[in-house]
Design a protein around this ligand. Structure first.
Ligand SMILES: [Zn+2]
Length: 178
């Protein structure tokens, strides 16, 4: 155990400790690599992510469950047991990052709530000066509604493009974007 669990909300902190204890009891090793993040820390990680220096998907600052203390990253050794630990977490009622973000554990639906909060606070315009347009529903569904035939949606434009935005979307949403 390395990163501090104190910043996590009560509902997840005890479960995180229990997960860690279960891992070590099973003869595996595990450690927390990230818990609650400040806005500054999230921005630093997001910067690393969009420039390709981060292995896992990173939400834009203001949109991460880590900033709300509702998520932690946890690495299991040997790594082939990472998904077993993820599935254990899910069986307890939590949400796990799965194949694309297998170190990520959170309260059920925490990422969705964090994203909704970021949208509600209308944080995207604040991010644009530094990061450019961030991927999000407002961008994805403009300019044409997807149900109108003949108008390429922004999704299709991104899928067929080779722009920096396209590459970022590939990373976030997986290979069916690329
Ligand atoms: Zn995470």
């Amino acid at each position: 155990m390395a990163a501090n669990l104190d910043g996590l909300v009560d509902e997840i902190r005890d479960a995180a400790r229990e997960l860690d204890a279960t891992v070590w009891r099973s003869g595996l090793q595990g450690r927390f690599t990230s818990t609650r993040r400040s806005h500054t820390e999230q921005a630093r990680l997001y910067r690393a992510f969009i420039s390709g220096r981060h292995r896992y998907p990173v939400a834009p600052p203001g949109f991460s469950a880590h900033e709300y203390g509702e998520a932690f990253d946890y690495v299991v050794v040997p790594s082939e047991y990472q998904s077993d630990v993820g599935e254990t977490w899910v069986s307890w009622g939590g949400t796990w990052g799965g194949a694309t973000d297998d170190v990520h554990f959170e309260l059920e639906g925490a990422s969705a709530r964090a994203k909704a909060m970021g949208e509600e606070l209308n944080l995207r315009p604040d991010l644009e000066p530094e990061f450019g347009p961030t991927p999000g529903p407002a961008k994805i569904f403009s300019p044409g509604p997807w149900w109108v035939p003949g108008i390429p949606s922004y999704v299709d434009l991104l899928k067929s493009g080779t722009s920096a935005t396209h590459k970022v979307m590939c990373k976030i949403f997986g290979s069916n974007w690329c």
